[in-house]
Design a protein around this ligand. Structure first.
Ligand code: ADP
Ligand code: MG
Length: 239
């Protein structure tokens, strides 16, 4: 579903990703783990062309993203980030309906979809008319998740989506993500610096260190022998 083929990225001459080869199969929930600055966000942002490779290719659904129109590509991929980035002057319903509106859906269809998504992320329907400033951090993250899912993308990119919320809200959000992933078969690429989160949620793991992919495989493969090396790598990778 997503393939990185010998991908390197440079920023102003400094190489931050070195020849990454990684395939994410359809339906996987792949956790990208590694220390701060190891290149996790950069790797994720290659998928929706917020970052361009200096070498190699990124394929999405078999197509080289370099040949795809960026706006169209982005509307086909859900993207949720730590800072959420809700539009402050738009209501919860308007925020969730952003991509469907851009795609030209009819008003009634958007309204029905918003209602469905609020239920999916377990938010009270009464929140639809609120503004982002009137939400708790956990509620805002749920709205961000609903917005990312709005047009039912088959790929979901999540960059430390629960990093800014309290532990109880985070536990709830993880549960929603696990349920949504299990129920829809979406391909999810999740950046996290929390090994517990990775081990709890991921079907597949990719470990980055210093811009290099140092381990990848299914969670089962990587947590089976040689357990110690991998788990040490993972646990040592927190920041
Ligand atoms: P992570 O998400 O693992 O913390 P990032 O992918 O954000 O790591 O960053 C990897 C490296 O690339 C870091 O050294 C960071 O400073 C650098 N970097 C990231 N984005 C940019 C950018 N837009 N311009 C210059 N350097 C960047
Ligand atoms: Mg990051």
């Amino acid at each position: 579903m997503i393939a990185f083929e010998g991908v390197s990225v440079e920023f102003g001459g400094a190489r931050v990703l070195h020849g990454i080869d990684l395939r994410v199969r359809a339906g996987a929930l792949c956790a990208l783990v590694g220390p701060s600055g190891s290149g996790k966000s950069t790797l994720l942002r290659l998928v929706n062309r917020l970052v361009e490779p200096s070498a190699g290719a990124v394929r999405v659904r078999g197509e080289d993203v370099a040949a795809l129109e960026p706006t169209r590509l982005r509307r086909s991929i859900g993207y949720a980030i730590q800072s959420v980035g809700l539009f402050p002057h738009r209501t919860v319903a308007q925020n969730i309906g952003t991509v469907p509106r851009l795609l030209g859906w009819e008003r009634a269809r958007i309204a029905a979809r918003v209602e469905e998504l609020l239920a999916l992320v377990r938010l009270d329907a009464g929140l639809a008319g609120r503004f982002p400033a009137e939400l708790s951090g956990g509620q805002a993250q749920r709205v961000g998740l609903a917005r990312a899912l709005a047009a039912d993308p088959d790929i979901l990119l999540m960059d430390e989506p629960f990093g800014a919320v309290d532990p109880i809200a985070r536990r709830g959000l993880r549960a929603e993500l696990r349920r949504i992933h299990a129920g829809t078969g979406k391909t999810v690429l999740l950046v996290t610096h929390d090994p517990g989160e990775a081990l709890e949620l991921a079907t597949d793991l990719a470990v980055l260190r210093g811009g290099r992919l140092v381990a990848s495989g299914t969670a089962l493969e990587l947590t089976a022998a040689p357990v110690d090396g991998f788990v040490r790598e993972l646990m040592g990778g927190g920041d």
